[in-house]
Design a protein around this ligand. Sequence first.
Ligand SMILES: Nc1nc2c(ncn2[C@@H]2O[C@H](COP(=O)(O)OP(=O)(O)OP(=O)(O)O)[C@@H](O)[C@H]2O)c(=O)[nH]1
Ligand SMILES: [Mg+2]
Length: 453
Amino acid sequence: MPDTTATIVAEATPPGRGGLAVLRLSGEKSAEILRRIFSPAGKAAPWDSPRHLTFGEFLDLDGAAVDRGLAVYFAAPASFTGEDVAECHLHCSPAVIHAVKQACMALGARPALPGEFSYRAVLNGRMGALEAEAANEMASFETALQAKTAGIAVAGGLQARLEALRERLLELSAAWEARIEFPEESYAQGKMPAREEVAAIAAEIRGMLARSNSSRPLRRGWRIAICGAPNVGKSSLFNAILQRERALVTPHPGTTRDVLEETVDIHGLPVILLDTAGIRESDDPVERLGVEKGIEAARGADGVLLLYSKASGWRAEEKDLAAVLGGNLVGLVETKCDLAAGGGGLPPPGLERLSVSSLTGEGLSALMDRIAHWALGTLPGEAALLLNERQREALQRAGEGLAEAEAYLALGNTEEVALAGIGKASEAIDEALGLKSREELYDLIFSRFCIGK
Ligand SMILES: Nc1nc2c(ncn2[C@@H]2O[C@H](COP(=O)(O)OP(=O)(O)OP(=O)(O)O)[C@@H](O)[C@H]2O)c(=O)[nH]1
Ligand SMILES: [Mg+2]
């Protein structure tokens, strides 16, 4: 556990090129350090007027000006961490950042550990652990819907649900403990142990886990495999959706061998497109391997786009492929719709198809609509629920505890025995909520954050 008395310093902005870099200090010495490294240009000083940006010069250890910029000071407890905080808005030059940070350290600050600012904010009651966690995860989300869903988590939806579960478990164990303490009273009334309540809480947890499971594509993206016979235009469509020449395209059937994977934002949804080898019988061992990999990728994907070309029509190959891959079809796509219809027939009437041309772009926007519609349709009917690995694992353990309690009660055991399962469930919910001791909390959540967060 990091010591929480030290004043800490770190860049709050990511490394790399940019206009500005923000160096943040938190802790008792923040004001004192700022006084030494910042010389205001006018009469007003940031430490005298908290929450106001002040222009001035940043100084190195020798008192020499290394940059001109803005400084702001927040007095405890009205700051992000709840402690005294100072922020230096510097120009984004590694040399400048280094000089000012070195000066801060020479004056008594130490480099912040990953997530340490957020950790302090939680310890000081400025935000809940789940809120901090959701805000951290938001940084890795790239599409609008992901950010919106993380925003819902930040707003406290998950926290409230977990707190309600915690409350119910507490009530249950309090009632049981009372009955154990005063058995005559309760059994005299002929009351049965609250098996129904245990089952109801367990069902609620199972529901949350299931909802989180079907919301998972929101976090990691929907995997959609582009499949079809050789030469139907899979790689061309892959490139057209990505809007760049990512995959090799040639007139020769059997061009693509490996599975290519790229993420794309479709109407605010994260989609991972997989370009696969054209599926056919082949004597070439390399092509055969490619075909196997392609089929494997399609089976592991959330959905499949099955392509056939207008020029060659719907043939026996396509019929076979539909039988193998049709289970989770996102759509049937007739490619090369700019060409005249060749031989072959039409797909069976039950299968809705979209016509596209990667060459002219015709039908691509309808295909995007179709993909987005399909993806949203896979989400749970209620609002999506984004549990991270840590929360999911804790909820699973809570479910196990309840299952143990249920099993004991079903065997006719007393509540005393079943209480152990309830205790296990409560502990797991506390963990999901981040209600742990200071040292455990840091290891559990904040050590995974980035530095400066
Ligand atoms: N006219 C026309 N030609 C296309 C279209 N899409 C692809 N082609 C052509 O069809 C040929 C095969 O295209 P690819 O995208 O490589 O097909 P593929 O399905 O990836 O082929 P394999 O990787 O060999 O299975 C190329 O010559 C493309 O230029 C289209 O929309 N219209
Ligand atoms: Mg290809």
